[in-house]
Write a protein that binds this ligand. Structure first.
Ligand code: ZN
Length: 142
């Protein structure tokens, strides 16, 4: 187990403009406000998106790109460091025209139609991600 206690710091609420790439927009906020640990939530809609499913057999992501308008039913994530950069790890559930849902790990390439988010920054020593041989994932190492 890895566990660390933080104190809740500043809380931000905001929106990203239509056409903005979601991860880029969130990283801009984190860098501008010096947020290196915390949690993220959001909702809204996208005009296109890329999500992934991690296959534990091949230890690789199967990625899928959606070129359609979808609701962001739920986006949640955490903030830590990876490769000496602040890194948001985001998962998302989208709903489609027929009300079915798709979801997974959010990759770059998701364009905002409308997006509202909250970021709760944490005060304390930020987790750093490192490659984990056992899972093939970049997990919190310390
Ligand atoms: Zn993930």
């Amino acid at each position: 187990m890895i566990l660390r206690e933080f104190k809740a710091g500043r809380i931000y609420q905001g929106g990203l403009v239509k056409g903005k790439e979601i991860i880029d927009g969130l990283v801009e906020v984190m860098k501008r406000h010096d947020i290196s640990a915390g949690m993220i939530s959001g909702l809204g809609a996208v005009s296109e998106a890329q999500i992934g499913y991690f296959d534990g057999q091949s230890k690789s992501y199967q990625k899928m790109v959606f070129h359609e308008h979808m609701e962001i039913v739920s986006l949640k994530g955490n903030i830590s460091f990876k490769d000496n950069e602040v890194f948001p790890h985001l998962h998302v559930v989208f709903s489609r025209r027929d009300f079915s849902t798709v979801g997974g790990h959010l990759f770059a390439g998701s364009k905002v139609y409308a997006f509202e988010f909250e970021i709760v920054s944490f005060e304390g020593k930020t987790f750093t991600r490192g490659f984990d041989e056992d899972t093939g994932l970049f997990l919190w190492k310390g």
